[in-house]
Design a protein around this ligand. Structure first.
Ligand code: ATR
Length: 287
C-alpha cells in the first residue's frame, strides 16, 4: 500500500487497542478494492476522548470505529445518532460527513447478518437462550427481538442485570416473551427442550481453561450454537464442532460488524471473504 497526499484515513479509537483485529481486515477490504484508504489503530486514553473526536474533523478522518472503553462516552460528542445508538446509548462507528459526525452501532446488525448469511439460520419464530447481560448482550438481544424471535431466556451470573435487560427489551420493543433464568438453574432441561439457538455473550471461554456454561446434555443435535468469543476456540465451539452441531464463533460477528462500518464509510459492499481470510492466521486454535 502506498500512502500519498490523497490517502483517506480511517481507524479505531480504543484503550488498549494494540490487539485489535480491525486494522487487519479493514485494510484487507481496502486492498481488495484497490482503494487509497488506510485504517489505523489509535490508542486513546479516556482523558483524551473528546480531543481525539475533535481530531476526526481536524484531520478529515473519514470514519472511525470506537471500542472499549469509549463506546458509551462517545455518544455525547456526536452530531447525529441513528436509532440503534439512541436505544442502546453506545456507538461503535462514526462517519464524518463534511465535518458532521454521525454515530452508528453495528454490533446488533452485524450479529444478525452473520447469523443469517454465515449461519444460514432464520431467527423468525425461534426460541433463544442467551447467556450474559453486558453491552454485547443488549445489542444482540435487541437485534434478535426485532428480527421476530418468539421467546428469549436470559441467564446472567448477576441476575439483577438480566432483570434490567428484560425491562429494557420490553420497554423499547414491547416484547414480553422474556424469561430470566437464575444462573444456578441454567441447565434446567425443561427449558432446553424448547431452545433453537443458544448465544454466549459472556467472556466465559476467553481463557483456555474456561468451562462451558451449558451442560452438553442439553445441546440437542438441531440446536444452533453461537459463541461471540473470537480470540480463541472456546470449549463450547470445540464441543459444537465435535458433535457436528451448527455453530458460529465470534469471528463471524466481528467481520460482519466491521463490514457494516466499511459500507457506511465507503458506500461499497464489504468483501466478506477477503476480510475473513485476513484474520484466519490470528485465530488461536485449541491444542
Ligand atoms: P461486553 O460489553 O463484551 O458484553 P461486559 O459488559 O463486561 O462485556 O459483560 C460481560 C458479561 O460476561 C457479563 O454478562 C458477565 O456477567 P456479570 O454481569 O455477572 O458480571 C459475564 N461474565 C464474565 N465472567 C463470567 C464468569 N466467570 N461466569 C459467568 N459470567 C461471566
Amino acid at each position: 500500500m502506498e500512502i500519498n497526499g490523497e490517502t483517506i484515513l480511517t481507524g479505531v479509537f480504543g484503550y488498549p487497542v494494540k490487539h485489535s483485529l480491525s486494522p487487519v481486515f479493514q485494510n484487507a477490504a481496502f486492498r481488495f478494492y484497490g482503494l487509497n484508504w488506510v485504517y489505523i489503530p489509535f490508542e486513546v486514553g479516556p482523558e483524551n476522548l473528546k480531543t481525539a473526536i475533535d481530531c476526526i474533523r481536524i484531520f478529515s478522518i473519514k470514519g472511525v470505529n470506537i471500542t472499549i472503553p469509549h463506546k458509551r462516552e462517545t455518544v455525547k460528542y456526536l452530531d447525529f445518532c441513528d436509532e440503534e445508538v439512541k436505544v442502546l446509548q453506545v456507538c461503535n462507528t462514526i462517519v464524518n460527513e463534511n465535518g458532521v459526525l454521525k454515530g452508528y452501532t453495528t454490533d446488533g446488525p452485524g450479529f444478525l447478518r452473520s447469523l443469517k448469511e454465515d449461519g444460514k439460520f432464520a431467527p423468525e419464530n425461534k426460541v433463544v437462550f442467551l447467556f450474559g447481560a453486558g453491552g454485547s448482550a443488549y445489542a444482540i438481544a435487541g437485534a434478535l427481538v426485532r428480527s421476530g424471535i418468539s421467546e428469549i431466556f436470559i441467564c446472567n451470573r448477576t441476575e439483577e442485570k438480566a432483570k434490567m435487560m428484560k425491562e429494557h427489551l420490553s420497554g423499547h420493543f414491547g416484547f414480553e416473551n422474556i424469561e430470566v433464568v437464575p444462573f444456578e438453574k441454567r441447565n434446567d432441561s425443561s427449558i432446553w427442550k424448547k431452545i433453537d439457538l443458544v448465544v454466549n455473550t459472556t467472556s466465559v471461554g476467553m481463557r483456555y481453561d474456561d468451562i462451558m456454561l451449558v451442560d452438553p446434555e442439553n445441546l440437542r443435535q438441531d440446536i444452533f450454537v453461537y459463541d461471540i468469543v473470537y480470540n480463541r476456540e472456546t470449549a463450547l465451539v470445540f464441543y459444537a464442532k465435535k458433535k457436528k452441531l451448527r455453530f458460529l464463533d465470534g469471528c463471524s460477528m466481528l467481520i460482519f460488524q466491521g463490514a457494516i462500518s466499511f459500507t457506511l464509510w465507503t458506500g461499497l459492499e464489504a468483501p466478506i471473504e477477503a476480510m475473513k481470510k485476513a484474520i484466519d492466521a490470528f485465530k488461536i486454535k485449541r491444542p
